[in-house]
Design a protein. Structure first.
Length: 101
């Protein structure tokens, strides 16, 4: 399995209504130092409807400023449709929405 395939498999595990950080995904994919690689992989997501890359946020709960599939507004909208709660500062409320596998 390639690095990107391992990342995609990890992202597929994030349940609806939860988010994971790039670091969490990197760790799940096999290397905690792959946070940036996770970003590259998700930007090239071959199956956005199958691989829920919108559920990955940074360690502060911020959505991607350049979300590959419609920009940060699109990512936030997708997350809100799943019931993800955002705080007043625009970050995901990680206390309630962070996935703990």
């Amino acid at each position: 399995m390639t690095t990107f395939e391992r990342i995609y498999e990890a992202v597929k595990q994030i349940p609806c209504g939860k988010v994971a950080t790039y670091g969490q995904v990197a760790l799940m994919a096999g290397n905690p130092r792959w946070s940036r690689v996770v970003g590259y992989a998700l930007h090239q997501n071959p199956a956005p409807g199958v691989i829920p890359c919108h559920r990955v946020v940074n360690r502060e709960g911020r959505v991607a400023p350049a979300f590959a599939f419609g920009g940060s507004g699109a990512q936030r909208a997708l997350l809100e449709q799943e019931g993800i709660v955002f705080k007043e500062d625009g970050t995901v409320d990680l206390a309630t929405c962070l996935w703990q596998p």
